[in-house]
Design a protein around this ligand. Structure first.
Ligand SMILES: Cc1cc2nc3c(=O)[nH]c(=O)nc-3n(C[C@H](O)[C@H](O)[C@H](O)COP(=O)(O)OP(=O)(O)OC[C@H]3O[C@@H](n4cnc5c(N)ncnc54)[C@H](O)[C@@H]3O)c2cc1C
Length: 369
């Protein structure tokens, strides 16, 4: 058997976990169905600065830096949040995916591009690819939202557009009941270029947002999918799921890079032990440790998303108005964190601000949970 681990998919998470394992001295290969990774672009490219603690981020991948966020209600009431220093990067995902794959190759990972995996035998780590069966000790399914393990998807549309006078360091989002649990975004790349997109398959909703920005021109169009975030079993026999394949996305924004890279660290430690002892039962630890570390945060984000998605446009407007009237923007600026909502959530509960949510919405939220 040539490989300790076969990784399926050379997306950012697959390339990262493959590299981490190779750095530990294991023989690793990646099968990737595309001939060129990263294309077509399926990402808004917004990540928190914390990313560089998890994975190297070269300067030439960073397109823009942001420190403010503005959220709009259905009738355009805005909430503003800002930090002194930059908190997020807007990155070139195509370049970044290629960079991460090259780093994996530099560290000794064998990469087979244009090789689509047709089937995985989880119990004996066999992978069916190009009329061949390849066997390893373990398999990592990092095949993104295409993975057979992903059951529910939300469509996304995103355009690269030209707009005049963009506030370059401010990300904007738009909430209205028709889109929820999705939302629309404007991510600035420069003073004149932005990515405008939404989680919905409906182009009309995108045009509604583009009209707000008086878009001057559309340069590129992309479509993609995000997995619906859910708690699920992320190991099976000799296989682990990771990244979008494991639905490891933030329930509020559906961003997947930070959680996926964090999961890659946990997966590497667990796989190391499992390979050394040749024991698939050890993979359970990956599931347990991932949910031990992120379960609470994911539950809070799921709750926030559920509350918002049960509100109609009038109730959303009311909530935004109350946030403004009660100076809650300051609290949001102080405790807001792109990746962790638990601190802010605690403050909201402490200050009894949950009273701003209509009673009927709470009722339906608890019924749901
Ligand atoms: C419109 C949009 C905007 C987004 N914006 C953000 C954002 O701003 N910030 C953020 O953090 N996240 C964002 N995301 C989510 C982010 O893009 C994903 O979470 C991330 O790409 C997940 O990485 P991955 O490696 O798990 O999967 P992917 O990037 O999907 O990579 C999977 C790889 O597996 C390959 N593959 C699939 N099936 C097979 C097979 N059978 N055999 C071999 N290879 C296979 C694919 O070709 C692909 O290269 C966005 C997503 C969308 C759709």
């Amino acid at each position: 058997m040539k490989y300790d681990v076969i990784v399926i998919g050379a997306g950012p998470i697959g390339s990262t976990v493959a590299r981490f394992l190779a750095e530990e001295g294991f023989n690793v290969c990646i099968y990737e169905k595309k001939k060129q990774v990263g294309l077509p672009l399926q990402c808004a490219g917004l990540v928190s600065r914390k990313i560089s603690k998890l994975n190297p981020l070269p300067e030439n991948v960073i397109i823009n830096k942001v420190r403010k966020a503005r959220a709009y209600s259905p009738s355009n009431i805005s909430i503003n949040v800002s930090k002194e220093d930059y908190v997020g990067y807007v990155i070139d995902r195509v370049k970044y995916d290629q960079y991460l794959l090259n780093k994996a190759i530099e560290n000794g990972v064998d990469v087979f591009l244009g090789h689509k995996v047709e089937k995985i035998n989880h119990d004996d780590a066999k992978v069916y690819v190009k009329n061949k069966i390849v066997k390893a000790k373990f398999v990592v399914d990092a095949s993104g939202y295409n993975s057979k393990a992903v059951s529910k998807l939300i469509p996304a549309i995103q355009y690269l557009v030209e707009i005049d006078n963009i506030e370059k360091d401010c990300v904007e989002i738009h909430l209205f009941s028709k889109l929820l649990p999705g939302f629309a975004w404007m991510i600035p790349l420069s003073k004149k270029l932005a990515r405008i997109g939404l989680l919905s398959g409906n182009k009309k909703d995108l045009y509604r947002i583009m009209d707000k920005y008086k878009v001057k021109g559309v340069l590129e169009k992309y479509r993609g999918f995000v997995p619906v975030p859910e708690f699920k079993k992320i190991y099976n026999g000799r296989t682990i799921l990771i990244g979008d394949a494991a639905s490891q996305v933030k329930p509020t924004t559906y961003g997947g890079l930070i959680l996926g890279f964090s999961a890659a660290k946990i997966a590497t430690e667990v796989l190391k032990e499992a390979i050394e002892e040749n024991n698939p039962k050890i993979l359970k630890k990956y599931h347990e440790e991932y949910y031990k570390k992120y379960g609470k945060e994911l539950r809070i984000q799921l709750l926030i998303k559920k509350i918002l998605s049960l509100m109609n446009d009038k109730q959303l407007d009311y909530l935004f108005r109350k946030i403004k009237e009660n100076n809650i923007e300051e609290l949001l600026s102080k405790y807001g964190d792109m990746d962790k909502y638990s601190k802010l959530f605690k403050e909201v509960i402490k200050k009894n601000l949950s009273l701003l949510i209509p009673e009927s919405v709470w009722q339906r939220t608890w019924n749901f949970f």
